[in-house]
Design a protein around this ligand. Sequence first.
Ligand code: ZN
Length: 73
Amino acid sequence: MVNSELLEILRCPVCVKEAKGLLTLTRESWLVCSTCGRKYPIVEDIPVMLITEGDKWREQEVSALPVPPPYPN
Ligand SMILES: [Zn+2]
């Protein structure tokens, strides 16, 4: 499990400047940005807040996201 206090302060690194970039925890494994739709994987309880990762999954349907997420490469 990811620390819930950590999840509360995390924001999408792309949207945090202009918008809120609020993230929704999905299936305990992904953080989905409500503003841009980028999706950030949580790998071994560590949220991977890389823009390149968010971009990679942006067009993927939430229901089609792999659980557990693959390691970033
Ligand atoms: Zn965003």
